[in-house]
Design a protein around this ligand. Structure first.
Ligand SMILES: [Mn+2]
Length: 326
């Protein structure tokens, strides 16, 4: 993770000063980092007496973010054209407009500032992007501290939650992460509670998640010298166990812990015509490069995409790409 330069902080401060109103938005199908980065940034805007609206296309499926849904809307507050001229769009944890999802209103042609840590991020707009940062929350923390100083308790809790979810509760961090822990230490000093955060992050899962996990595990196949684990979810599974039944993170971590496995591919038939795919890798394999070939994106070790087709065909097509790198 890098320390954000004073020039970049000044650029963001200018952006705040140049507008009367802000739309704040993260990616669709939000995770803890997207939602809590928005919540923390909203605290900064409040402290600076800026008016804003929090937007999200949702859905708020994950148990750990569900309680935040009330603060977000998928309908933009209507503004007249002169008002729009003085409005800024702040995009967090995402840099492609297409990943923002369905929002009722016009997000285009607004002066935009991106704060993101994705490898595939677009750096042509005004932005603070650091692909070596483990979470967008880390970037928001640096911005908050540089602009306002010490972080209040509630904001610290938001930021600690965002950091915790994107790092798998610090498990994904390497030896280059001392600065991340220094930042985390400051959040704990400000009142974030690691034990409570872990409990909120991992608990509260419905019983159906364990049943669906059983089905997914039963279906796993290994390919390419047992280096790739492949499994899939049918529309019948979703119908039977519901969207609440999904716990992809547990599925990935169980499969990645298998001896010899380097990557995991998961395909879900969403509709008769479309699938969603999830990719994870342990270390060497760059799954974002594979996802990009099919119009998706993400990080080196975690990526995803949406694609047209039937589950079995999609699975074979993507496996062929894995075969090249494994
Ligand atoms: Mn993130």
């Amino acid at each position: 993770m890098q320390i954000i330069s004073d020039e970049k902080i000044a650029e963001f401060k200018n952006f705040l000063e140049q507008h009367d109103f802000f739309y704040v938005i993260g990616h669709k199908d939000p995770d803890g980092d997207a939602i809590y980065s928005c919540m923390a940034l909203a605290e900064l805007l409040k402290a600076k007496n800026c008016s804003y609206q929090l937007l999200s296309a949702g859905p708020f499926k994950r148990p750990e973010i569900r309680s935040m849904a009330i603060f977000f809307s998928n309908q933009m507050t209507f503004l007249s054209e002169p008002e729009r001229q003085k409005t800024g769009l702040i995009i967090l944890d995402c840099s492609e407009m297409s990943r923002l999802g369905e929002i009722d209103g016009d997000l285009s042609n607004l002066d935009t500032f991106i704060i993101d840590h994705h490898k595939t991020a677009d750096v042509t707009k005004k932005c603070i992007i650091d692909a070596t940062s483990p979470a967008t929350a880390c970037l928001v923390q640096q911005i908050y501290e540089k602009i306002l100083g010490t972080i209040p308790k509630k904001t610290a809790e938001y930021l600690f939650f965002g950091l915790s979810t994107d790092t798998g509760y610090f498990r994904f961090l390497n030896t280059d992460s001392a600065e991340v822990f220094r930042q985390a230490a400051r959040l704990v000093e400000s009142g974030a509670n690691p034990r409570k955060t872990y409990d909120e992050m991992t608990g509260g899962k419905p019983y159906s998640t364990r049943k669906l996990l059983g089905i997914m595990l039963d279906r796993v196949e290994r390919r390419y010298n047992n280096k790739l684990a492949v499994t899939y979810e049918t529309m019948e599974d979703t119908k039977k166990w519901g969207q609440e039944g999904r716990d992809s993170d547990s599925l990935y971590s169980l499969l990645l812990s298998v001896d010899g496995i380097e990557a995991v591919l998961f395909v879900r038939q969403d509709t008769e015509l479309t699938c969603t795919c999830g990719f994870r890798s342990r270390d060497k394999v760059d799954v974002s490069a594979i996802a990009q070939k099919f119009g998706g994106g993400g990080h080196k070790n975690a990526a995803g995409l949406s694609i047209d087709g039937k589950c079995a065909d999609v699975l074979e097509k993507i496996c062929a790409e894995f075969k090249k790198v494994l």
